[in-house]
Ligand binder design. Structure first.
Ligand code: NAD
Length: 366
């Protein structure tokens, strides 16, 4: 985490330039003002399920600003034909700013426009995915997802309003929230992790754990939704800085090969990665445990997952056991050198087998 052996604290860090507005209950008032800082001819990107919400947010964009085109063909993982369609629409309509209203798939669609047309993006997230604070884009072609990093896709402005997440059903809130928690946990052993990331990740875990438990108890608790969104933001900032760790590499392998549901896959795999890495990363484990208000990190995460009623087995998500050996090889190949423990083929097979069958990760430590 930037601590050298002599205990001194040295690190390098790039802070990403982005305007972030937290406006609980106030997105409709803020979106127009924020759009006008960036442009006037708006390409709106929103899936059909978020169409009404997006219509409310864009009903009055203020002097000189208007929606000149709307794209609702959002698909998970941004297939290339979708990217081509939305880019053509942006050009045809003469858009000068892209407004995305939705989850990570919608933000990803807006990023696809930014990547080639270099238009600024204003993101209004409605899940806890966190894509809005990263410069990472993703496109899928012939079943293969390609990702890349380009500062041009980082949304210039994000407007967060937890009221927009109030319609997320509890199971989706939980899996999306655990996806955010995975950003925070994985940041501890990301390739570029620094002490600022660790501090952000610790606070993110604290906010997400408390917020998610309160949302499950009362899905209409807006203050709890605020905490979840705040935690999701912090965790994504930490993750964007630290880079993908072992957990995200595993989920990328599984998601790409078997088209598993993104957020649920994170919820299942995370405690197994934590159980594997914790013995070799005692400081990270201590901070994670502290943030979860638990005596030990893995037990704390398992208890949280239980309390939230989150999925626990890859087999229940539709993955076949026969795929484990090939996936394990891909995981070994993708493991970042920054991981606190080397991952041998037998380790990867064991980790995936445990996650597939849903064994209790507390028995796997060591
Ligand atoms: P998603 O955007 O696919 O949304 C999941 C479902 O929830 C959709 O059916 C959507 O219509 C619905 N939904 C969204 N908001 C809602 C709301 N408020 N109420 C009710 N329903 C709502 O899923 P996601 O988990 O938000 O995002 C996953 C995608 O984001 C993946 O493709 C992932 O790779 C990507 N992602 C990218 C990054 C990055 O840095 N580039 C980071 C995180 C996630």
């Amino acid at each position: 985490m930037g601590n050298s052996d002599d205990g001194r604290l040295g690190f390098e860090r790039e802070t990403l330039a982005q305007r972030v507005v937290f406006a609980p209950g106030g997105a409709a008032e803020r979106v127009g003002e924020e759009v006008r800082r960036l442009g006037s001819r708006v390409l709106l990107v929103a899936a059909p399920s978020e169409a009404d919400l997006a219509a409310r947010l864009t009903a009055d964009l203020g002097p000189g600003a208007e929606v000149v085109a709307t794209f609702d063909g959002v698909r998970p993982h941004v297939p290339v034909p979708v990217a081509e369609e939305v880019r053509a629409l942006a050009t045809e309509a003469g858009a000068d700013v892209v407004l995305s209203v939705g989850g990570g798939s919608t933000t990803g669609t807006a990023k696809a426009v930014a990547l080639t047309a270099h238009l600024p993006v204003l993101a209004v997230p409605t899940t806890y995915a966190g894509s809005e604070v990263t410069p990472v884009w993703g496109l899928t072609e012939h079943g293969r997802k390609t990702t890349g990093v380009d500062p041009v896709v980082l949304p210039r402005t994000v407007v967060y309003d937890a009221d927009l997440t109030a319609t997320l059903p509890v199971p989706l809130s939980v899996s999306s929230g655990l996806n955010a928690l995975a950003h925070a946990v994985d940041a501890f052993w990301g390739p570029r992790v620094d002490p600022v990331d660790a501090a952000l990740a610790t606070e993110a875990i604290r906010a997400l754990a408390a917020g998610l438990c309160a949302v499950v108890a009362d899905p209409d608790d807006r203050a709890a939704r605020d905490r979840c969104l705040y935690g999701a933001y912090l965790s994504a900032v930490a993750f964007a800085s630290a880079g993908s760790g072992l957990h995200h590499k595993i989920c990328h392998v599984l998601g790409g090969a078997h088209d598993l549901p993104h957020a649920d896959t994170h919820a299942v795999v995370l405690p197994h990665v934590l159980a594997f890495n914790a013995p070799a990363a005692p400081e990270a484990a201590r901070r994670i445990a502290e943030a979860l208000d638990a005596p030990e990190a893995v037990a704390g995460l398992v208890d949280l997952r239980l309390e939230l009623g989150a999925p626990t087995a890859l087999r229940a998500l539709g993955m076949a056991e026969a795929d484990i050996p090939a996936d394990a090889e891909a995981v070994v190949e993708a493991t970042p050198p920054s991981n606190p423990r080397p991952v041998h083929l037998a380790d990867a097979v064991r980790l995936l087998t445990d996650a597939w069958s849903g064994t209790d990760p507390r028995g796997e430590i060591g």
